[in-house]
Ligand binder design. Structure first.
Ligand SMILES: Cc1ncc(COP(=O)(O)O)c(C=O)c1O
Length: 448
């Protein structure tokens, strides 16, 4: 077994001094350094990264070009405030974001620091522009931790219990999870009963002309990387258009090339009015962007959405370099290719390992379900397998009880992918052979 004594010491000190509210523990991994798709812990052990900082590291850890851009900018200007000054990198980035986001119309960007504040910003802009207060979001969605984003979310009681009330005006409807369809619809004959729920609300108790926005995750992230049917997304967008409701795509987790397009909503041929971006935007540096139709942006006067450290020049330079790397290294195409390769290898593995259930996803957002002998979700097995992967040198997490979350950096090499899947296979074998004790479940609690 590896020596992880320094890591365990950091974990113990963390538990004494850091609020537990921010962490879902999977294993005592104390990261110290890394490059590309390799991470090193405080004891010097190496791991392959199948988590990419919860999809924040599409260009990998410490890409040399990102590090160089940060160093160069840091020597010139660390901080200014967008509230009172102008600075070129933020303008250049907004120009670039207007190009790479879907929609051939004038756009403007509002900056922030996190996915959560981007969602809060989207809510504010949508309410101000439409003069309406209602916001439609979906059961099982995660949009963030600030009060606006949290009011939009509906995925965990731990996130809400004891801290209410949430913001008023939010209405949560069913997100299509076709494999678990409560209406028992079949894909070939589906009548989109989940969309009907919204239409019924519009006719009975929720005046559509009081709804400002629909906010969707183009792939249901934290519920287990669920890809909705394209028809649902398109018809939802049509319903929005019919009633003058703004369509907001939360691309915080899936954006910046991860799914094989710049933004996941492009898979469905829908052009949103507002896009929220964060995480991988600046390769993990704190930066978010609300990119929207210019007239929506112009509707909110100063200082309606002003965050002192937003659009920090170091972060904007990192974001500009991130976009160039994604273009120069063809990472969008690579994400499709590597994703297909992983899915094919998992399909092969499944032949001998029936506890591998459904595999789904787009590009390098891949969900692998872990099931018991009856095909039912097996959270305990999933948690143990994740823990053993860490012990064997692979960083991978799970969501929604039994879904392995495979979201490596887009720069991962074929050799690293091969080795990571080999570690996953060995860990599953260990589980099948009863070699992973129940004691690991005390630590490997994951998302609750
Ligand atoms: C889809 C989605 N939206 C918003 C957020 C919130 O982003 P942040 O944690 O940067 O505030 C997340 C975070 O996981 C997310 O997955």
């Amino acid at each position: 077994m590896r020596d992880v004594s320094k890591s365990l010491d950091i974990v113990a000190r963390d538990e004494r001094f850091i609020a537990p509210s921010s962490r879902s523990p999977y294993y005592p991994f104390a990261v110290a350094s890394g490059s590309g798709s390799t991470l090193r812990d405080a004891d010097g052990n190496e791991y392959i990264d199948f988590a990419a900082g919860a999809a924040s590291l599409n260009t990998g850890t410490c890409h040399p070009r990102i590090v160089a851009a940060i160093k160069e900018q840091a020597e010139r200007l660390l901080c200014y405030t967008i509230g009172y000054m102008y600075e070129e990198s933020s303008v250049e980035l907004a120009e670039k974001l207007a190009q790479i986001t879907p929609g051939d119309f004038p756009k403007k960007t509002a900056y922030g620091l996190s996915g959560s504040d981007a969602i809060d910003g989207a809510i504010k802009f949508a309410r101000k522009y439409t003069g309406r207060s209602g916001v439609i979001t979906f059961k099982t969605a995660y949009h963030g931790a600030t009060y606006g984003a949290l009011s939009a979310s509906a995925i965990s009681l731990n996130m809400r219990r004891g801290i209410g009330p949430m913001l008023p005006g939010f209405h949560h409807f069913s997100y299509p999870q076709c494999a678990k369809c409560p209406w028992h619809e079949k894909p070939e004959s589906c009548s989109l009963a989940c969309l009907e729920e919204i239409k019924t609300a519009f006719s009975l108790y929720l005046p559509p002309d009081e709804v400002a926005a629909v906010i969707i995750e183009p792939i249901g992230g934290d519920i287990g990387l669920v890809v909705p049917p394209a028809r649902w997304v398109r018809e939802l967008a049509a319903l929005c258009r019919e009633h003058g409701i703004l369509f907001v795509s939360d691309e915080v987790q899936q954006g910046m090339g991860r799914t094989g397009k710049w933004f996941a909503i492009e898979h469905f041929g829908v052009v949103p009015d507002i896009i929220a971006i964060a995480k991988s935007l600046a390769s993990g540096m704190p930066l978010s962007a609300v990119v929207m139709r210019a007239e929506i942006a112009d509707s909110l006067r100063d200082p309606g959405h002003c965050i002192t450290l937003a659009a920090n020049a170091v972060c904007c330079r990192a974001a500009l370099e991130t976009i160039k790397i994604i273009e120069d290294e063809n990472l969008i195409e690579k994400s499709v290719r590597t994703g297909e390769n992983i899915k094919a290898k998992l399909a092969e593995m499944k032949k001998a390992l029936p506890l591998l259930g459904e595999t789904r996803g787009l590009g390098l957002t891949i969900a692998q379900e872990i099931v018991d002998e009856n095909g039912e979700p097996d959270r305990g097995a999933c948690a143990k397998i994740c823990y053993r992967c860490w012990e064997r040198g692979l960083i991978i997490t799970f969501l929604s009880d039994n879904v392995l979350r495979i979201q490596p950096p887009l720069v991962i090499t074929d050799e690293e992918t091969e080795r990571a899947l080999e570690i996953l296979r060995e860990s599953i074998e260990d589980y099948r052979n009863g070699l992973i004790g129940d004691e690991v479940l005390e630590f490997a609690r994951g998302w609750a």
